[in-house]
Ligand binder design. Structure first.
Ligand code: FES
Length: 49
């Protein structure tokens, strides 16, 4: 079973799988990324994380 970690989005705590990127963690938590989300593959640098 994958290890879960705590993350905070907009002041709210979520438990997400450790292997996720920050953007995938946001989607896992229920957020929908509709703009300003870059390439999502580690190429463009837009996410800066
Ligand atoms: S969105 Fe992160 S590198 Fe492109």
């Amino acid at each position: 079973m994958e290890k879960m970690v705590n993350v905070y989005f907009f002041g709210k705590k979520y438990e997400v799988p450790q292997s996720l990127t920050i953007m995938k963690a946001m989607e896992y938590a229920g957020y929908q990324l509709v703009r300003g989300c870059g390439c999502r593959n580690g190429f463009c640098g837009a996410c800066a994380t």
